[in-house]
Each structure stands twice: as C-alpha cells, then as structure tokens.
Design a protein around this ligand. Structure first.
Ligand SMILES: NC(=O)c1ccc[n+]([C@@H]2O[C@H](COP(=O)([O-])OP(=O)(O)OC[C@H]3O[C@@H](n4cnc5c(N)ncnc54)[C@H](O)[C@@H]3O)[C@@H](O)[C@H]2O)c1
Length: 443
C-alpha cells in the first residue's frame, strides 16, 4: 500500500459547526466564541487558540502558536447551527442554564437570539428526564433523511464551505453494542425497522457521516462507537471520534493518576463524588443515563494504572464514582475526591481534592478545539476514528484492536506529534542525546 503523505486543503470559506443539543455546553461555547470575536474575552482553555508547539531542537527557539503552525479555520469563519427538543433560542437557553452572567450575555445577546434550534430527533425512551415539543416525526429512516436535509439546507443557507458536528446533547441511556450495530447493512435495516438499539445520537452520527460531515461525540453514549459507523466513516472518508468531553473530575484524575504511577506510589482507594444542579445533573439522576456516564468515568484509572502489570500497587484499588443531583449548585459543580495513597513499606496517606468547577466553562474550549481539529482532519484526508484527539475525551475511541490511552500527558504528546507529522516536522521524542554528544565515549 502507498504510504500516506499528508496534504492539507486550505481552510477557505466558512465552517459550519452543527450542535445536536443547545444547552449549557453548546450555548457557553457559542457565546464564548462570539465574545472572543468581539474582543470581549479570552479563549482560555483552548489549545488551538492559546497553545504553542515546539519544533526542532530545544536550541532552535521555534515555538509558534498552534494556530499559526497548522491551517485551522479562523474564529471569524465559524457559523453555528443546532437541534434541540426545547425550542428556546440560544440566548433564552443560556439564560435558563445560568452559566454565564447576564452582563456577559448582554454583550452577545443579539447574536445568540438569532440561533434557533432545528427540530430534534429525540425520544424520551433514551433520555428519561427530558421532554420537549420541538421534535421530528417519522420512522428512524425518515428521521435520518430529515436530518440530512437539515444539514444540506444549513450549509446552503449559511454559505458554508465545510461542516463539522459535535454532539452536545444529553447523555442517553446505557446501550450495549448488538447485532444491529455490527455492519452498515444491519444498521440501515435497523433504521427501516425502527430498531430500539438505534438511539437518536446514532441517527445524527449516521446523517453526518452520510453527508461527509466529521462527527465528534461529547457525551458518553455509544453513538458512533460501533462497527457499522466505523465502517461507514471509513468508506465515506469522514473523521469520527468521542466519547465524553474530558472536564472536571476526570480531567483531574487523568492529570494525577499518571503522576502517582510515574513515582510508583500505590493506591488502595479513590472515591469520587459530585454534586451538580444543572439539567445535565438532572438527566444523570436517571439510573440508566448515570450508568452510561459511570462506565465512561470508571474506565480511566484502570487503563492508566495497569493493575495487571502492577498488582502490588493497584491490584486492590477500590474505585467508586457518584453523581448527585443537587439543584442549588446549578452549573457550578463540586467534585470531591478522596484518594488513599500507599507509600514506602505500605504506609497509607490520603489526598483530598475539592474542585469547585464550572462544567460548561471547562467544556466550551473543548468543543471549539474539536470543531477545528476535526475540520483539519477532514481537510488532511484522515478518516475514521481520530485517536490523536483522545486528549479531549473521557472515554476515547480507538481502532477496534487497540486499548485507549488515558494519560493526559501521553495524549498531548500524541496530539502535538500528529500536528508535527501533518506539517512535515520531525516528532519530538524527548530523548535529547544530541545535546550531550561531547559527554559520551565508546565503551
Ligand atoms: N459540561 C461538561 O463539562 C460536560 C463534560 C462531559 C460531557 N458532557 C456532556 O455534554 C452533554 C451536554 O451537557 P450540558 O451540560 O450542555 O447539558 P444540558 O442538559 O444543558 O444540554 C443538553 C441539551 O441537549 C438537548 N437534547 C437532549 N436530547 C437531544 C437530542 N436527541 N437532540 C437534540 N438535542 C437534545 C436537551 O434538550 C438540552 O437542551 C451532556 O451529555 C453531558 O453529559 C458535559
């Protein structure tokens, strides 16, 4: 097979960012991009906007900004579209969600009020604690066709050159992969037969891929993580990825756990509990949606700590995650962690973390980076699962034969090396022997 040589089409024209779900994360993202465009805020937390990348040797002093190094769409070229069963425009939704202050919303209110959600593919069979009138009707196959029409219409009306889709809608009930997800044929038959194994999020992912639109999943739902959609994405040559934005407590976990393991410190317990009072918290109060989230949150430590390789250190780790819906807290979540650490000769220690975080403030820059990087992947001809973007996900998708990498530092190295590779620069291994040539002698 010929070696793949990256060639990147330029990001000309407008990039449409399509968001299933116009709730807290989506409106905080859109309002933030508009605020940055108007010079009213900084895109803090966004690697594409604020990050730099080292090229060449440490002595070369080449450290461009990432968005000056790789050809990414400009913020000014982004336009936004969304679907939601709740018909509120983006301003009204943002006011209800209560993430951003009224004074900040006023700055961009005119822009937000123009964004009205298209009718959603939604069923409360898959998100129990929610309902809304702005919903499409028809068989699952017809719903997929309606979404495809929406996508084409949006592209046309907004004069977009390209589109990306980022799932920012509620977490659906836990679904296991089954026969209907096994192949494109089985999946398309399932659409015709209204198979209950096909959740609304899968219909969005299918419609996006069929329209050649990259799809990233910000929730832990199975969605595109099924053989039928990997195969379709490969055939149609569309990038896909997920799952579940890595924010809050899991972000902290993937920062800390690699550190404990690096120093060979043991762990006997890690108890994580959250209180949050937004709509996401209410949806996650349903045991079936919580189960989807729990699976996504629990996997992280297992993969980072590798208890099979280090049974004395991590073989008996007790890991528990709770989410408690507590309305007074709103979007300002509180994530508590109690970590039982084991040191030299088995002596126990404890670390307590109380992260008073703002979930959507942490998620918004991720949506931006994913939109820009998935568009880059598409223009570079990279299709199928984009594992190099695992950095952004709690439960990263990989090629079927691989286990996911959760260590945030390895994920960042992988992301930056992928950018270097795309632009024909040497990867950075951190070996660094070239700086010490004079100190080595033949043995
Ligand atoms: N905020 C974070 O830090 C964070 C982190 C990781 C993952 N997530 C996930 O991102 C998603 C969005 O979070 P949020 O805080 O914005 O939640 P939210 O409840 O404020 O917004 C979700 C929106 O999706 C809509 N929706 C539900 N089903 C839909 C469908 N089928 N089609 C279109 N719209 C639909 C809801 O009506 C709601 O307006 C959730 O799944 C959440 O678990 C959020």
């Amino acid at each position: 097979m010929a070696k793949y040589e990256p060639k990147i089409a330029p990001p000309t024209g407008r990039l449409g960012v399509l968001l299933p779900g116009l709730g807290a994360v989506a409106t905080t993202f859109i309002a933030g991009v508009e605020a940055v465009r108007r010079g009213a805020g900084l895109p803090i937390g966004s690697l594409t906007q604020m990050g730099t990348i080292r090229l060449g040797k440490r002595t070369d002093s080449r450290m461009p900004l990432i968005n000056e190094f790789v050809p990414l769409a400009e913020l000014d070229d982004l336009v936004f579209g969304a679907w939601d069963p709740i018909p509120d425009d983006a301003l009204k939704s943002a006011q209800t969600c209560g993430v951003l202050k009224d004074s900040d919303l006023r700055e961009v209110g005119d822009f937000l009020s123009e964004i009205k959600p298209m009718s959603a593919v939604f069923s409360s069979d898959y998100v129990k604690k929610l309902d809304g009138p702005n919903v499409k009707k028809g068989s699952k196959k017809e719903l997929a066709e309606q979404l495809r029409d929406d996508i084409r219409r949006f592209k046309d009306e907004n004069k977009c050159d390209r589109l990306v889709m980022v799932w920012c809608a509620s977490t659906e009930v836990f679904l296991r992969p089954g026969p209907v997800h096994e192949s494109i044929e089985a999946f398309e038959k399932g659409l015709e037969n209204d198979d209950p194994g096909i959740a609304p999020s899968m219909i969005y992912a299918y419609a996006a891929i069929m329209e050649g639109v990259p799809f990233a999943n910000g929730a832990p739902n199975l969605t595109a993580d099924i053989p039928a959609l990997y195969t379709l994405a490969k055939e149609v040559q569309v990038p896909i990825g997920g799952k579940d934005f890595k924010t809050g407590q899991t972000l902290m976990k993937t920062i800390l756990a690699p550190g404990f393991k690096a120093r060979m410190l043991g762990l006997s317990g890690w108890f994580s509990t959250n209180i949050l009072g937004n709509r996401d918290g209410e949806v996650l109060d349903d045991p079936e949606s919580f189960k989807t989230k729990e699976e996504s949150k629990l996997g992280v430590l297992e993969y980072i700590l590798q208890p099979d390789l280090y049974p004395e250190l991590y073989g008996n780790l007790f890991h528990k995650v709770r989410i408690n819906y507590y309305p007074p807290r709103g979007d300002n979540k509180e994530g508590w962690d109690n970590i039982d650490v084991v040191g030299w000769l088995g002596y126990p220690m404890q670390i307590k973390i109380d992260f008073l975080c703002r979930d959507s403030i942490l998620a918004a820059p991720i949506v931006l980076d994913l939109a820009l990087f998935f568009d880059l992947a598409q223009r570079a001809g990279m299709s199928g699962v984009q594992e190099w973007l695992s950095f952004y996900f709690k439960s990263p998708m990989t090629a079927p034969e691989l286990y996911p990498e959760h260590d945030i530092f390895i994920q960042l190295t992988k992301l930056k090396n992928t950018l270097r590779w795309l632009m024909g620069e040497a990867p950075i291994t951190h070996l660094g022997t070239e700086y010490y040539d004079d100190y080595y002698r033949d043995a």
